[in-house]
Design a protein around this ligand. Structure first.
Ligand code: NAD
Ligand code: K
Ligand code: MN
Length: 347
């Protein structure tokens, strides 16, 4: 049997609780995937406090040279500037050129077992926008002044646009909504909007002809997301808007603890739950592992291991639908371990 080398980076907080659960779920797939080989790797705030670096070079090298894919948990980034610290997840996305953050958000109806009104995918540009983190503060005669660079390039907008069109084209509704704020930011968001709009004209074979393209300003997109989430299918957005929209969409399906993602590039894929390190519940044994298990499924699907991915998704959906074994974020009383056991039993 071929092997599948998976870098495991739980990082901080509940990442250390939910990534082991995802690992156990992958292991339970048996011969539906190549023999998994897990390689534990360090990153995060705790790594920084111990070693002075948040993203060790060894982690990057092992991911690049030895791994087929990876699973990342969550980091605890401080809200105040700490000299020498920089978010390792933001850095990893850039180092490995994981330019697309793909975040499916859908509700599983508890009654009928059908997907109900929320069934969308946020396609978030993952390398630029304000996340280039070029910030400066200066002292002026009127007090401090802080500035940040917001980078939007044609190259990055085009490649995220292509991914978004591909995803939309593969779905039944084939709707793509471009999210921007080009009424105010006409140069930066204007470039994003225009570049994504041009994607179909660049494909000679007319393969995106069936995709309906819409656009929505980011603020009213959040409004409409809460009032009529069913209108959205695929949403493509610059980095920061995509981040905010996907947390908002997570609220509509019950919990951040359900929403998975992959960070994908041309040569590598890393599964990652959308949520952070959840300091309010860390150590209580009640973090929801389902977002991480679904992230493992997305990662496997991206690599072409459809059968393994389907099995994970079906098991997770069953556990959600049955609603007898859920963590407190979904109004249940179960622990991380009990939810994992329920998933494993349905695999
Ligand atoms: P968060 O996502 O950690 O938590 C938001 C809320 O959702 C909390 O109430 C938390 O308990 C709940 N929640 C999140 N995941 C859950 C799960 N699996 N099961 C049950 N409940 C869950 O966001 P935050 O509180 O704004 O940030 C906390 C820390 O996480 C910060 O240091 C932030 O920088 C970091 N963060 C990291 C990432 C990442 O690793 N990519 C993403 C977001 C935030
Ligand atoms: K995360
Ligand atoms: Mn986020």
């Amino acid at each position: 049997r071929k092997s599948l080398k998976i870098g495991i980076i739980p990082a901080d907080g509940i990442g250390k609780e939910v990534i082991p659960a995802a690992k156990a779920a992958i292991e339970a797939l048996g011969s539906d995937i190549p023999q998994p080989e897990f390689i534990d790797l360090l990153a995060g705030w705790e790594t920084f406090t111990k070693t002075g670096v948040a993203l060790p070079q060894e982690t990057i090298d092992v991911l690049r040279n030895e791994c087929d894919c990876a699973l990342f948990g969550s980091v605890s980034s401080p809200s105040k500037k700490v000299v020498g610290y920089s978010s390792p997840i933001v850095a990893l996305r850039k180092e490995l050129d994981l330019y697309a953050n793909i975040r499916p958000v859908f509700s599983v109806s508890p009654e009928a077992g059908q997907k109900s009104t929320v069934d969308l995918v946020v396609v978030r540009e993952n390398t630029e926008c304000l996340y280039v983190k070029q910030e400066q503060q200066i002292q002026t005669e009127n007090g401090k002044e802080a500035r940040a660079t917001r980078l939007i390039t044609e190259r990055a907008s085009k490649r995220i646009g292509q991914i978004a069109f591909e995803i939309a084209n593969a779905r039944s509704r084939k709707h793509l909504t471009i999210i921007h704020k080009s009424n105010v930011l006409s140069i930066t968001d204007g470039l994003f909007r225009e570049t994504v709009r041009k994607v179909p004209s660049l494909s000679a074979d007319g393969k995106y002809d069936g995709v309906t393209v819409m656009e929505q300003l980011v603020d009213s997109a959040v409004y409409r997301l809460f009032r009529e989430p069913e209108i959205f299918d695929v949403m493509v957005a610059p980095n920061l808007y995509g981040d905010i929209l996907s947390d908002a969409a997570a609220a509509l399906v019950g919990s951040l603890g359900l929403v998975p993602s992959i960070n994908a590039g041309d040569n590598f894929v890393m599964g990652e739950p959308v949520h952070g390190s959840a300091p309010d519940i860390v150590g209580k044994g009640i973090s929801n592992p389902l977002a991480s298990i679904r992230s493992a499924a997305l990662m496997l699907r991206h690599l072409g291991y459809t059968k393994g991915a389907d099995r994970l998704d079906v098991a997770v959906d069953q556990v959600v639908r049955e609603a007898t074994t859920l963590t407190p974020d979904l109004n249940g009383k179960s622990t991380t371990q009990e939810v994992l056991t329920a998933v494993l039993a349905r695999l």
